[in-house]
Ligand binder design. Structure first.
Ligand code: UGA
Length: 426
């Protein structure tokens, strides 16, 4: 099948490469000419495991092309897959400007039948609106189909997740549109869920909201464990043994970040409120996450007496390990709060750096702790699990270790003479 993917971000690039590998003829278009030049030169603009290699294979076989000519991409391909950004606005609603631009271009350049597939995460009602806009702009209804086909990949494992999805969700109106999208993925083994447009949009939001809720749930329980002297890891294990609960997404810590959970949660809250509903549970999920860094900060403050003038080292600044993405990182949020309290911040991260005069970024883990009063593990990168703790203790001015991800073993930390600052750990 001939597919034009609009947008060369995480989702667009991965989807383009995967669809090309599945045998389709794909052209990935993006307005950013620099990005397209880079891709044509064989360079991948983002770090994602296995993606550069896959792009190289499918571009060499001629199955994947890159272009900055969106109009021709739309004219020449019967299937248009939208994978542009849908960033949040200040009030929590979704900025659909990029999607609206693509729809405008489709209306102007669709001379034959187009199946318009939305992969970008868009609020409920958006795909209906897309159909209305295309009609209003004069496209006859028999000349297009609008399909919602949300994406469930995780950053860091995007390629693997795309080849092995837990489900394929298709929201559409006509039998032919369902069939076309099924056939795109026919080589992939996964249950297919067919529903209407809003159903598909809501499966995406409900999935992310549910996962975010699990994290806020365990974080709230961890606060209760902390005051009653229970170890959250034991509680987590006890929960996980019940098959109705299961072990996943129950790791307590600093809370969730990234470009999806915080944004999608507020978009869903906004969408519910737009229709006069009060989504109390969803709001509570956000509230717990918003205050989780304060919970850790208070612990540190109590133990250091005053944060002003204290040198604090933070290990891990990305929103999770395995990515260079800093968007909505809880670590960055914590660092900003520490700065506002007058602390002097040093950081080390295996792949990312904070561009700020107020933060000293180090290339070496051991350099980062020299003369520090406290060390915080904010992201669970594997190299933070068992470094040379003796050397770290000798370098530091203080002995405090705050484990923001319950990642290291408290006993072994204490054995090295460091003070493991417990947050629901024993
Ligand atoms: C998330 C979803 O997991 C994907 O299924 C979805 O497709 C994607 O959003 C999206 O909507 O595009 P992602 O943002 O890449 O994927 O990251 P996750 O691995 O889900 O982690 C999100 C955050 O939750 C991270 O900050 C992580 O540290 C935190 N987390 C995760 C916890 O604090 N505890 C856990 O037990 C799990």
């Amino acid at each position: 099948m001939k597919i034009c993917v609009v947008g060369a971000g995480y989702v667009g690039l991965t989807t383009s490469a995967v669809l090309a590998d599945l045998g389709h003829q794909v052209t990935c278009v993006d307005l950013d000419q620099k990005k397209i030049r880079m891709l044509r030169d064989g360079k991948t603009p983002i770090y994602e495991e296995g993606l550069a290699e896959l792009i190289e294979t499918v571009t060499r076989s001629g199955k994947l092309l890159f272009s900055s000519d969106t109009a021709s991409g739309i004219e020449d391909h019967p299937v248009i897959l939208i994978a542009v950004g849908t960033p949040p606005q200040k009030d929590g609603s979704t900025n659909l400007a990029a999607v609206a631009n693509v729809i405008e271009m489709i209306a102007d350049h669709a001379h034959t039948h187009k199946t318009v597939i939305t992969k970008s995460t868009v609020p409920p009602g958006t795909n209906e609106w897309i159909g209305r806009v295309l009609s209003d702009k004069g496209l006859p209804p028999e000349n297009f189909d609008v399909v919602s086909n949300p994406e469930f990949l995780k950053e860091g494992t995007a390629v693997h997740d795309s080849f092995h999805p837990h489900r394929i969700v298709i929201g559409a109106k006509r039998k032919e549109a369902f069939q076309l999208v099924r056939s795109l993925y026919q080589k992939i083994k996964a249950p297919v869920i067919e529903t209407n447009l809003a159903g598909a949009e809501l499966i995406k939001y409900a999935s992310n909201a549910f996962l975010a809720a699990k994290i806020s749930f365990i974080n709230e329980i961890s606060r209760i464990c902390d005051v009653y002297g229970a170890d959250i890891k034991d509680v987590q294990r006890g929960l996980a043994e019940d098959p109705r609960i299961g072990p996943h997404f129950l790791r307590a810590g600093l809370g969730f970040g990234g470009s999806c959970f915080p944004k999608d949660l507020s978009a869903l809250v906004h969408a519910a409120m737009d229709k006069g509903l009060t989504p109390s549970l969803l709001q509570a999920v956000s509230d717990v996450n918003e205050t989780q860094t304060d919970f850790y900060l208070n612990k540190l403050e109590q133990n250091l007496n005053d944060l002003k003038g204290k040198q604090i080292t933070v290990w891990g600044i990305t929103f999770k390990p395995g990515t260079d993405d800093l968007r909505c990182s809880q670590s960055v949020k914590l660092i900003n709060k520490l700065i506002s309290k007058g602390s002097v911040i040093h950081t080390y991260d295996p792949v990312a750096k904070i561009e700020s005069e107020r933060v000293a970024s180090h290339d070496d883990l051991y350099d980062s702790v020299k003369n520090s009063d406290a060390l915080i593990i904010a992201t669970e990168w594997p190299e933070f699990q068992a470094p040379d703790w003796e050397r770290i203790k000798r370098s530091m001015n203080g002995t405090l270790l705050l484990d923001g991800r319950n990642f290291v073993d408290p006993e072994s930390i204490r054995a090295h003479g460091l003070h493991y600052l417990e947050v629901a750990r024993r």
